[in-house]
Design a protein. Structure first.
Length: 215
C-alpha cells in the first residue's frame, strides 16, 4: 500500500496538464483545439509562441524531476523496492500521468519533457548525451519530433555502452530506458508518418545555423 501511495502521488503530479492550464489561464486558449491538438510544450509553442512554450517545457521537465527525485524521499513509509527502483517507478508513472492525465479525460502530451526531467535525475550522464543529440538535430533540422525520437533512443544505447564507472546499470534502469524509448516512439507515430511523407511541421527559427549564414 505504501508503494501505491508513492506511485499515486507521482501520477497525480505528472498528470497536471501544464499546457492546458497555462493556455487557458493566460491566453484564454485550449491548445488541444489548435495546431497538432497535443497538450504539450511543442504545440503550446506552435500555437501560442515561445512565451507559452518555454514555461510549459520547464514545468513539464520539473514534473519528471520532482517525481523521480523528491517524491521517493517523502516519509510515507517503507516500500518493498530499493530507492533507485522506487525513483524509476515514480518517474515512469509521472510520464504516464502526463500522457494519460486523469484531469483531462486521459488526453495529454507525448511525455518527452517529463521523461527528460525524470532521466536527468536517475540517469544524468545518458540524459546529457541524449539532450545533446536532441539539440543538435533540432538546431540542424528545426523538427522537434525528430530530435525527440532520436534522443529517446540515445538513452538505452548510452546506458548499455557507457563504462560502468560513468553510469550504474541496475536492471530497473535498463528496462526503463528501453521501455521509455519505445513508448515515446509510439506516442510520436503520427509525427514519424509525417516525417516519412516529408510533411512534418518544422520551426525554422530554431535552425540557428541558418541565422549565422545570413549574417
Amino acid at each position: 500500500m505504501i508503494l501505491i501511495a508513492y506511485l499515486a502521488a507521482a501520477y497525480l503530479l505528472g498528470a497536471i496538464p501544464t499546457a492546458i492550464v497555462l493556455g487557458r489561464l493566460f491566453w484564454k486558449t485550449d491548445v488541444r483545439k489548435h495546431g497538432s491538438g497535443n497538450a504539450g510544450a511543442t504545440n503550446a509553442w506552435r500555437v501560442l509562441g515561445w512565451r507559452a512554450g518555454v514555461p510549459v517545457l520547464l514545468i513539464d521537465l520539473g514534473k519528471g524531476a520532482v517525481a523521480a527525485g523528491l517524491i521517493p524521499r517523502l516519509p510515507l513509509g517503507t516500500t518493498p523496492v530499493d530507492p533507485t527502483t522506487l525513483a524509476v517507478l515514480c518517474g515512469v508513472v509521472a510520464v504516464l500521468g502526463h500522457v494519460f492525465p486523469v484531469y483531462t479525460r486521459f488526453r495529454g502530451g507525448k511525455g518527452v519533457a517529463t521523461a527528460a526531467g525524470m532521466l536527468a535525475v536517475v540517469a544524468p550522464v545518458p540524459f546529457g548525451i541524449a539532450a545533446g543529440a536532441f539539440l543538435l538535430l533540432v538546431v540542424a533540422s528545426g523538427i522537434v519530433s525528430l530530435g525527440s525520437v532520436v534522443g529517446a533512443w540515445m538513452i538505452p544505447l548510452t546506458v548499455l555502452l557507457l563504462p560502468v564507472t560513468l553510469q550504474s546499470r541496475p536492471p530497473a534502469l535498463i528496462a526503463l530506458a528501453f521501455l521509455l524509448a519505445a513508448f515515446i516512439t509510439v506516442t510520436h507515430r503520427s509525427n514519424i508518418a509525417r516525417l516519412i511523407r516529408g510533411t512534418e511541421t518544422s520551426f525554422p527559427k530554431l535552425q540557428l545555423w541558418r541565422r549565422l549564414l545570413r549574417r
